[in-house]
Unconditional design. Structure first.
Ligand SMILES: Nc1ncnc2c1ncn2[C@@H]1O[C@H](COP(=O)(O)OP(=O)(O)OP(=O)(O)O)[C@@H](O)[C@H]1O
Ligand SMILES: [Mg+2]
Length: 622
């Protein structure tokens, strides 16, 4: 029997289960065929992995597989490809999962000149991989069992995504049961001896595969690749990376010592001799913790107390540049993406080359490893700061339950004397979005009370607020010297939303201040611009914070009211906005993953921000 035999008649345009419209075939793997499809219920692109016929025809195998898939569905991590559902139709069975628009590391390696990566090029991805493994092993207690370069994908912003968590190996076990043949999913090249013997899954199986994967990416081949692979995995010590590179005549044979040592330890035959955790691997490779991006952080550099200032100077320089381009270059400022398609804008670096060094410091400072212990606040408790902002603990940070209010910003302006850099604010008029030099954060063209969310602030304005608030709260002993406020990173924003796709969940009905029918009833709405006609949320423009139901974390207004500035974890720290606003009239804006890229200098009457409080971690000296 051919394990790859899935259903043959599949063509683009075909609708499966009345729900998934097939777009194109994107790959074939060990255990099935993968299609890009449109989930017409959720209005979302998904990857559908169709399983071999043999599985569909065996109810027991199918049940096993479903229960495995169910475990994987629980996994929620920015570096793990999300499994949505097990799908079952009369003609097919399959798994629907997050679609990743990007290559696998196996593909990327082949595009390299010498068909190998260098260690420093892998560092950022490996950091993210170790984070995903730590989460899966420690928090979710799940082992991947099929780690290999072909299951590591790279999405936008260099985000690493681990595919097929727990899925492909259980699939292969299932197929082996069904066919009574010993077919191994994908290949055995990356599998450790214990897995070969069929022992119970152990996180340290993944550590072996991690070693084999790194070996492959650095040399072009897994440790054992010809002859009797099984016997070699069981008994033969693997060559070192350097030896293999020499054998393959790779121009540069050297790899950093610690990489050589860690890989060799991961490939130990006995589980006790391997690094015991993914975190240990990351630490020994000296990878940036909680990196989330391909960033090489120089932790030793002196003068970090000035980090903020340097970063902000850099930001300001770039902002000046953007203001120039935007308002004097004749290009119209973009309303957050097109109204008809999924929002996706051009890039928006917060800091260009000018701000780079300072921004690197900023990222280094952002390696928040632990939940801040705030003086006087019981563990797990809420924290009310000097401005009366309420913050709740979520995993490794505290998050403001409200969008920053006009009243908060007013106090900041008053006390600090900060003057925003010049640049008109963009407001909605009947004739589209227009810069308006009379508008500002106090007067965005509609009435704002101190309880309304601040809007019309640039990223720099928002960061300056964070810096000031940090100094204030530190000065009054409300937070420690290691703690500070900043804008959330994109993945943190997703964590605030929780394991759901929409910010209002677990509420069933959409909750929040969107462009319902009421929005168009107030003068100034763009002529002819659509609204959600069946909705009336009672707030045509902004709503006082907390006017709608809170989410499962106790956080308000993540969906709608004002877009919230977030930062992407990239070397250039791109700014983007999330969550939709009072003017949002398409549902894509409210999806957790939707990112609207905007130049950081832009001031929109739809954009505000929310702060998080984090603690500098990993470096007790500071
Ligand atoms: N979630 C996804 N989003 C986008 N493309 C995907 C996704 N999953 C898989 N692919 C593409 O489909 C190809 C085949 O994937 P598949 O998982 O079936 O095979 P594999 O990874 O080689 O083997 P294994 O069954 O061991 O995982 C991948 O190489 C990748 O290009
Ligand atoms: Mg795969």
């Amino acid at each position: 029997m051919d394990p790859n035999e899935t259903v043959k008649l599949m063509v683009p345009g075909q609708v499966v289960l009345d729900r998934f419209k097939l777009v194109k075939r994107i790959g074939r793997g060990g255990m099935g065929i993968v299609w890009l499809a449109r989930d017409q219920t959720l209005n979302l692109n998904v990857a559908l992995k169709f399983l071999p016929e043999a599985v569909r025809n065996d109810p027991v195998a199918l049940d096993d597989l479903k229960s495995e898939a169910r475990k994987s569905i629980r996994l929620t991590h920015p570096n793990i490809v999300r499994i949505h559902d097990f799908i079952e139709a009369p003609e097919v069975v399959g798994i629907s999962m997050e679609y990743i628009d990007g290559p696998t590391l196996a593909q990327l390696r082949l595009e390299r000149k010498d068909k190998v990566f260098e260690a420093h090029e892998l560092a950022g991805w490996v950091a993210q991989l170790c984070e995903a493994l730590t989460y899966a092993h420690v928090d979710a207690r799940l082992v991947h069992r099929d780690l290999k370069p072909g299951n590591l994908m790279v999405a936008g912003s260099n985000r690493l995504k681990v595919a097929d968590f727990g899925i492909s190996r259980s699939l292969s076990d299932t197929i082996n049961q069904v066919t009574r043949e010993n077919i191994v999913a994908g290949t055995l090249y990356y599998m450790g001896p214990q897995q070969l013997y069929g022992e119970k899954a152990d996180p340290r199986d993944d550590i072996y595969s991690l070693g084999a994967t790194l070996f492959d990416l650095l040399t072009g081949k897994p440790p054992f690749y010809s002859g009797d692979i099984t016997a070699q995995i069981e008994d033969k010590p693997p060559p070192t990376v350097t030896e293999r590179r020499r054998e393959f005549r790779t121009p540069n044979v050297d790899v950093p010592e610690e990489w050589e040592a860690v890989i060799s330890d991961c490939l130990q035959k006995k589980v006790e001799k391997r690094p015991q955790t993914a975190a240990e691997v990351a630490a020994r490779l000296r990878l940036p913790a909680n990196s989330g991006s391909y960033v090489v952080v120089d932790r030793e550099r002196p003068g970090r107390q000035r980090a903020w200032n340097v970063a902000l100077l850099g930001l300001l320089a770039v902002v000046a540049l953007f203001v120039g381009i935007f308002f004097f270059g004749g290009r119209p400022g973009g309303e957050p993406a097109a109204q008809s398609e999924t929002p996706k804008g051009g890039s928006a670096d917060v800091a260009g080359p000018a701000g780079r060094s300072g921004v690197m410091d900023f990222i280094a400072d952002s390696a928040n490893l632990q939940l801040p212990e705030i003086p006087g606040v019981p563990e797990g408790g809420r924290f009310t700061n000097n401005l009366g902002m309420v913050l709740v603990p979520i995993e490794r940070f505290y998050c403001s339950i409200w969008e920053t209010r006009v009243g908060d910003f007013e106090k900041f302006m008053e006390v600090s004397g900060f003057t925003p850099a010049p640049g008109a604010m963009r407001v909605m008029t009947e004739n589209d979005w227009q810069p308006d030099s009379t508008a500002n954060w106090k007067n965005p063209g509609f009435e704002q009370t101190p309880e309304h969310p601040i809007c019309g602030v640039s990223v720099v304005d928002a960061l300056e607020f964070c810096r000031w608030l940090t100094e204030e709260d530190r000065g009054r002993g409300r937070i420690t010297a290691a703690q500070y406020y900043r804008l959330p990173f994109g993945d943190e924003w997703e964590t605030m939303v929780g394991p759901f796709d929409h910010p209002w969940e677990p509420q069933l009905k959409p909750q929040g201040n969107f462009a319902g029918a009421e929005a168009a009833e107030v003068p100034g709405w763009i002529r002819g611009r659509a609204t959600f006609r069946d909705m009336d949320d009672a707030f045509p423009r902004t709503a006082p914070v907390g006017s709608f139901l809170e989410n499962a974390h106790g956080v308000f207004d993540l969906g709608g009211n004002v877009f919230e500035w977030c930062i992407e974890r990239t070397p250039t720290l791109k700014a983007h906005m999330r969550g939709g606003s009072w003017d949002s009239n398409i549902s894509e804006y409210f999806l957790k993953q939707t990112v609207v890229n905007m130049p950081p200098a832009i001031r929109n009457s739809t954009t505000g921000f929310r702060v998080v409080l984090v603690e500098i971690g990993g470096d007790p000296a500071r």
